[in-house]
Design a protein around this ligand. Sequence first.
Ligand code: SF4
Ligand code: SF4
Length: 192
Amino acid sequence: MESLSNRAKKLEKKPMTLAERAYLPAIFQGLSITMQHFFRAATKKQITVRYPEETRPFSPVFRGLHVLKRDEQGRERCTACGLCAVACPAEAITMVAGERKKGEQNLYREEKYAVSYEINMLRCIFCGLCEEACPKAAIYLQADKMAPPRYERDEFIYGKDRLVEPVSPDNRSKRGIQLTPEQADKLRGQLA
Ligand code: SF4
Ligand code: SF4
């Protein structure tokens, strides 16, 4: 078939040399690399770690699991503007926006908030562009947390229950949040 881009190279199929037909040089070359690694590992101290009991230190520029931040009064910062979703090159973020109701001023900072907010960690490439795009300083990639391994694919879709910065209903006075009993129950349910 004719190439549309005109960048295709035509390869000539050359006959194999005697050494290539014997396969032995390639086999010995592969074995020599294996032995090099074997002796290097045997002479050095242990080069593996017993993960997950033991972990390697994170790089100073590591970008890990996202967190949706609350403000100093414990209210959710995110206003569901969608800029993070637009900036995301992996199309990993989805959300549903809603209007804040009367009496919810202590839960959501602005009149619009994210009723649902999801990040598909299997799509995410942890580039940090969502963090850069956010005008409300609402989303950050944590420098010391990563998505743990799981068995099911849908367990990698993180919703607000796992993304929003946790605040214990019992600590609300310290954080300046005044929750109604119903709101405290709802929050407990989300944190459970
Ligand atoms: S870190 Fe990058 S890929 Fe992951 S959700 Fe944010 S913008 Fe998308
Ligand atoms: S996290 Fe930031 S950019 Fe994304 S929807 Fe919320 S406020 Fe907008």
